[in-house]
Design a protein around this ligand. Structure first.
Ligand code: FES
Ligand SMILES: [Fe+2]
Length: 444
């Protein structure tokens, strides 16, 4: 496999003034929903969480609620979660298994393929028996990387076309077989774009996510293993998705003053039969050494997807933002899933999900290292939903979450005249340009 992944096409940015009302105004929120959210593919479900016919999952996006249902032939269909009688929500739970969906209001019942199967007093409808006439309202639904994606636009392009170069990058990891180890959801007191803007730039990383310890105790790793923006690759796809590759991402960024390899890198090196002591003062050599060790030892340990990975995919931090609301950090064996969904009614809140998936090499029993700690490999993870600040989302995400409400408050100020963006924030700029394009009816 190649040592380097190809660059994505160069994009021309128009320049943009990002004013506060984009994050606070109900009018903008409504425009965005009507013209953007209803026209894009949205990652909503996970195939392996609904293995059997009749299994279903519900996910909400702004004012809409979507049902994904496993069919008798094992395909998946998606429907709006709304009864065709008088508009009651069909389900209010998160997941379940049914033979028929029965509305709790007047007991109209729908088969799992959406067909209306039963109504009370069918002879009493002046316009005729609704069975055979009315069905659940379906919407386009496809799967990729084990995730279920839904689009509210009946005339949408295919998911593959929408994902562009993401499709090839992610296909190398066999993500459909990876398992979830963290599932945390909270309401964030900010507009959904505050979250995505944050994941669309690394300018805040040295300041918000400072390495642990004092400056005297730790220093940044140097050449070859550096997260400085000058050594970072930024790619913008035609479809609006972004990729950022940091060559030093695996190393936890810091070395001890005397050149001793710190944690977690030292442990990771030992796992791949490398002696961190032997690399004292040679931090920059650990990247190549780890790539070679993983490529050599991985397949024999059941890490079959390694055969398809490029060298840099073993060690470097791959951060993706998928338009409009999904950010991912992808490691050779870890998938950090970050998603912001608009609140049903309030532009100044959003639903924020923080999940972690790990690869499943055959025979591997070692626990999984996630951003919220070490998790036993055979565990079944419960989805936890909580209020902001009630529970940690992991150190890094907690640090981001502390900023979000402060920035949201600043967006309400008449003293804020619009963002003044650096070059390394060009992904933020492009995201907003795309939102405006969608609102004006222009598609990428
Ligand atoms: S609203 Fe569903 S049966 Fe009446
Ligand atoms: Fe951050």
């Amino acid at each position: 496999m190649s040592a380097e992944l190809p660059d994505w096409p160069k994009q021309t940015l128009r320049g943009h003034r990002l004013e506060g009302h984009r994050y606070t105004s109900r009018e903008f929120f409504a425009e965005e929903f009507e013209h953007m959210w209803t026209k894009v593919w949205l990652l909503l479900g996970r195939e392996d969480e609904m293995p059997n016919p009749g299994d279903w999952q519900r996910e909400d996006v702004g004012p809409e609620s979507i049902l994904m249902v496993r069919q008798a032939d094992c395909s998946i269909k998606a429907f709006y979660n709304v009864c065709q009688h008088r508009g009651n929500r069909l389900v209010s739970e998160e997941t379940g298994n049914v033979r028929r969906f029965v509305c709790k209001y007047h007991s109209w019942a729908y088969l799992t393929d959406g067909t209306l199967d039963y109504v009370q007093d069918p002879e009493d409808f002046p316009e005729g028996n609704p069975c055979g006439k009315l069905n659940l309202e379906g919407l386009p639904c496809e799967s990729f990387a084990g995730f279920i994606w839904v689009n509210m636009d009946p005339d949408c392009v295919s998911l593959k076309e929408f994902l562009g170069p993401i499709w090839d990058d992610w296909s190398r990891y066999d993500l459909e077989s990876w398992k979830r180890y963290v599932a945390l959801t909270t309401t964030a007191p900010c507009n959904w774009k505050v979250v995505l803007d944050n994941f669309n730039e690394s300018y805040h990383v040295p300041t918000v996510h400072r390495p642990m310890g004092t400056a005297a105790e730790r220093k940044r790793m140097h050449s070859g293993v550096d997260t400085n923006y000058k050594n970072t690759r930024f790619d913008l796809s035609d479809q609006g998705h972004n990729r950022m590759i940091m060559p030093g991402g695996y190393a936890g960024v810091s070395l001890d003053e005397d050149g001793t390899i710190g944690e977690p890198l030292a442990t990771i090196m030992r796992e791949w039969e490398l002696d961190p002591e032997a690399f004292k003062g040679r931090g920059q050599d650990t990247r190549k050494a780890l790539q070679e060790a993983q490529r050599r030892l991985g397949p024999g340990r059941g890490y079959t997807h390694y055969a398809k990975l490029a060298d840099e995919q073993f060690t470097d931090a791959f951060h993706y933002t998928l338009f409009p609301n999904f950010a991912v950090s992808l490691w050779s064996d870890g998938f950090h899933f970050l998603r912001a969904r608009p609140h049903p009614t309030d532009p100044e809140q959003c639903i924020f999900d923080n999940w972690w998936y790990a690869s499943q090499p055959e025979g591997e029993t070692a626990p999984v290292r996630t951003t919220v700690g070490i998790v036993a490999r055979d565990i079944e993870v419960e989805h936890e939903v909580f209020k902001p600040g009630e529970k940690s989302m992991g150190r890094t995400i907690d640090q981001d979450l502390e900023i979000f409400p402060l920035q949201q408050a600043g967006f309400r100020s008449r003293g804020f005249k619009g963002a003044y963006l650096s070059g390394q924030e060009s992904r933020v700029r492009r995201y907003h340009e795309l939102i405006d394009d969608y609102i004006e009816g222009v598609r990428p």
